[in-house]
Design a protein around this ligand. Structure first.
Ligand code: PLP
Length: 437
């Protein structure tokens, strides 16, 4: 494409001028690969953006989508519904942790997060605890870009322009990244779990439980460089929330649908939250969609008053879009039929071995991996945060591997269909490139 043709688009979370001077384009995808417009093949080390768990261009999804568009392209979601919406809700609650048996649909992870936060606030209010308005997030968290999400989020650049406009009263737990004690952990880090979670007890003491509505955490944080929960951390958060009547929300936008080796991280780490937010792989990335899984007790709390009353004044024009639902149903069928929800467990040995082999390379200061997720943390170059990792990301793309850079961390999270040879190729390219950077 010519430079002038690139101008009209404002790319999200991208250095636009730098990008437009040297654009990276992809124009086709299938299975484990992308292709550039010139026909260069790129191994997808990131499942797009944690989306395409079953790999690209799955014919079952393509057919389901085209059938649905032809049958019924759109239907309003308020005061009317369609069969695929119920089918997807049923399919989701079937694989969800026990008790999370209702689904509310959105179009993205950001909307899912804001929906969950709104449900939490409304839940306390309708039960006579209107004073519970405080939301607790975590440093280094990413919960999308809505005002709710950036309020509980903890990535400084995502908040600072809007710091005066965030939701009032929010507070943050400390992040759980402890390089000094936990560097090069395999699986869940040993140290700090209970201690980091006990910070919630201190926030409760500070603000009083009667002011706190909900705590939201990513079971494994992705956008701030793959932070795996230390042992005991999530369990302890659950205990403290229970003790004080605080709702616990797991943001599983990246961890849902097999990424950790179980359908949801909640099951993987044996901690059941009150709500789970979803997006990305819910449709294998084929159509935008998201959702919130909600505990029955929360749903039931809303189902009060005269039957003609609208219980929640919230929703989106594209909630449960029929085409997204068709894609979601087909994606879940593939995940179940092909055992993708537990495949990360089968590959864990090969994955951990390949990731931890990078440990010996220059400037690698941490490797952390869980399920089919890995983060390789690099020493910053010349005191410039992110510069070395960005170079690694660029060179990997030139060498034929899609990775993701966030700060000083290279994150990889390939489609769950990856095989052992492709794992070796992915980490092989990463290793060669890290050596040069
Ligand atoms: N929550 C988490 C944990 C995420 O990783 C993301 C996106 O990466 C979001 C929420 C936001 O999702 P979306 O970009 O679909 O709004």
């Amino acid at each position: 494409m010519q430079r002038a043709e690139l101008e009209a688009l404002w790319l999200p979370f991208t250095a636009n001028r730098q990008f437009k001077d040297k654009p990276r384009l992809v124009s086709r995808a299938e299975g484990m690969y992308y292709w550039t417009p010139e026909g260069r093949k790129i191994l997808d080390g990131t499942a797009g953006l944690w989306c395409c768990a079953a790999g690209h261009a799955r014919t079952e999804i393509t057919s389901a989508v085209s059938r649905q568009i032809a049958e019924m392209d759109y239907a309003p979601p308020f005061q009317i519904a369609h069969p695929p919406a119920f089918q997807l809700a049923n399919a989701l609650v079937k694989i969800a942790p026990a008790g999370l048996d209702h689904a509310f649909f959105t179009n993205s992870g950001s909307e899912a997060v804001d929906t969950a936060l709104k449900i939490a606030l409304a839940y306390h209010r309708i039960r006579g605890e209107a004073g519970r308005t405080r939301l607790i997030g975590r440093e280094r968290a990413y919960h999308g870009v809505g005002f709710g999400g950036i309020t509980v989020g903890g990535m400084v650049n995502n908040r600072k322009m809007w710091s005066a406009s965030l939701l009032p009263g929010a507070d943050h737990l400390p992040h759980t990244h402890d390089l000094a004690r936990n560097a090069f952990s395999r699986g869940q880090p040993e140290h700090g779990g209970v201690e980091f979670a006990d910070a919630l007890e201190r926030l409760v003491a500070l603000h009083d439980a009667s002011s706190i509505a909900a705590v939201i955490v990513e079971p494994v944080a992705g956008s701030t460089g793959v932070l795996i929960p230390p042992r005991g951390y999530l369990q302890r958060l659950r205990e403290i929330c229970d003790r004080h009547g605080i709702l616990l929300i797991f943001d599983e936008v990246i961890t849902g649908f097999g990424r950790t080796g179980s359908a949801f991280a909640a099951q993987e780490f044996s901690v059941v939250p009150d709500m789970i937010t979803l997006a990305k792989a819910i449709t294998n990335g084929a159509v935008p969609a998201g959702g919130v899984l909600v505990k029955r007790s929360i749903y039931d709390a809303f189902m009060q008053g005269p039957p003609g009353t609208i219980e929640l004044f919230h929703g989106y024009t594209f909630s449960a879009h029929p085409v997204a639902c068709a894609a979601g149903i087909a994606a879940l069928q593939i995940y179940e039929r092909d055992g993708l929800m537990t495949r990360a467990k089968k590959l864990e040995g090969a994955w951990q071995k390949a990731a931890h082999a990078l440990r010996e390379l220059p400037n690698v200061i941490d490797v952390r991996a869980y399920g089919l997720i890995a983060g390789i943390e690099l020493a910053p170059r010349d005191g410039k945060p992110g510069a070395r990792a960005f170079d690694v990301y660029l060179k990997c793309f030139e060498r034929g591997a899609m990775t993701r850079q966030t700060g000083d961390v290279i994150a990889v999270s390939p489609p769950l269909i990856i095989d052992e040879t492709e794992i070796e190729v992915l980490f092989g390219i990463l290793g060669e490139v890290i050596r040069q950077c």
